[in-house]
Design a protein around this ligand. Structure first.
Ligand SMILES: [Zn+2]
Length: 300
């Protein structure tokens, strides 16, 4: 990305006040004979003070874990490639420190994201969706991904919605919703669906000045779902690919320590393209093949 393009981005707006500049980093695996292109997009806020909408003294400690989505994707990418993987797989890391300083984004600023859509910032602590919106659009426009999954410690409300042990999954595709739940059960990184209803919920972001605000009007109206919709809206609700959003804000930690949540979930969910026979077997997306195997075994 050239400098000017980069300035028109959510990642730059979130990370510009930090000592270390923000970045979008991509790792790519592109084997010959691949039939589809998958992108995993991780929220990598290396520290989240909340920005000028600053967090309180009890809610800021622990915010070093706001890169849990990117960390899970890094681990899963390494492990998946190591086992052999037949499809194109890109790991996209949206990296920034949400800091406070003279150049920090102010509430009321309007930023143009990589999608070209404008966002009126009404809460600088709702920064994850800004960096991820850039990441998923990069995956679609620049990497031509057919399947885009973003993983993030996105909302505190995730813990209210699905608790400490289940990730909250939201997707534009029923088959993938069911697949995430099954991959959760087989991997131990549990997952449960959130409401996906852009026609009723996206109006929470209505802005008089820009295409949207970045934080909802009513925090008691499906907050975790709305945060996910913000990301999807930059791909466009009419985007024809598969989009999956996984909010892991609570299961990413157990007390003070990180759990490594998400690595096993991704490996199981995408096991159908693996060279590893166990991963292939547990993948809910290769269940057709697994059933055929079972039938053949019975016939023998
Ligand atoms: Zn935040």
């Amino acid at each position: 990305m050239n400098h000017k393009r980069f300035r028109d981005s959510g990642i730059y707006g979130v990370g510009k006040a930090a000592e270390h500049p923000p970045a979008l980093a991509v790792l790519s695996h592109t084997p010959a004979g691949a039939t589809q292109t998958i992108a995993w997009v991780g929220k990598g806020i290396v520290y989240d003070t909340g920005g000028l909408s600053i967090k309180g003294k009890t809610t800021m400690p622990g915010m070093k874990r706001d890169c849990g989505g990117a960390a899970a994707i890094l681990g899963a990418f390494r492990a998946t490639i190591k086992q052999g993987f037949k499809d194109n797989l890109h790991a996209v890391f949206c990296l920034a420190e949400n800091s406070v300083g003279p150049t920090a984004t102010r509430p009321d600023d309007i930023h143009t994201l990589y999608s070209g859509k404008t966002v009126e910032i009404n809460n600088t602590d709702a920064e994850g969706r800004l960096v991820l919106a850039d990441g998923v659009v990069y995956a679609s426009k620049d990497l031509s991904a057919d399947i885009i999954l973003d993983m993030a410690t996105l909302t505190g409300a995730q813990g209210i919605s699905t608790g400490k042990y289940h990730a909250a999954v939201m997707t534009n595709n029923d088959q993938w919703e069911a697949a995430c739940v099954r991959a959760g059960r087989s991997s131990g990184d549990l997952a449960h669906p959130l409401v996906y209803c852009p026609e009723m919920h996206f109006s929470e972001f209505t802005s008089a000045l820009a295409d949207m605000k970045n934080s909802v009007a009513d925090r008691e109206n499906a907050q975790s779902s709305c945060a996910g919709l913000f990301i999807a809206s930059h791909l466009g609700f009419d985007w024809t690919g598969v989009w999956v959003h996984v909010d892991i804000a609570s299961p990413v930690h157990a007390g003070e320590r990180a759990t490594g949540f998400g690595v096993a979930l991704l490996m199981a969910l995408f096991g159908q393209a693996s060279d590893d026979s166990i991963l292939k077997q547990v993948s809910p997306l290769s269940c057709g093949a697994a059933n055929d195997d079972a039938k053949r075994r019975r016939l023998v």
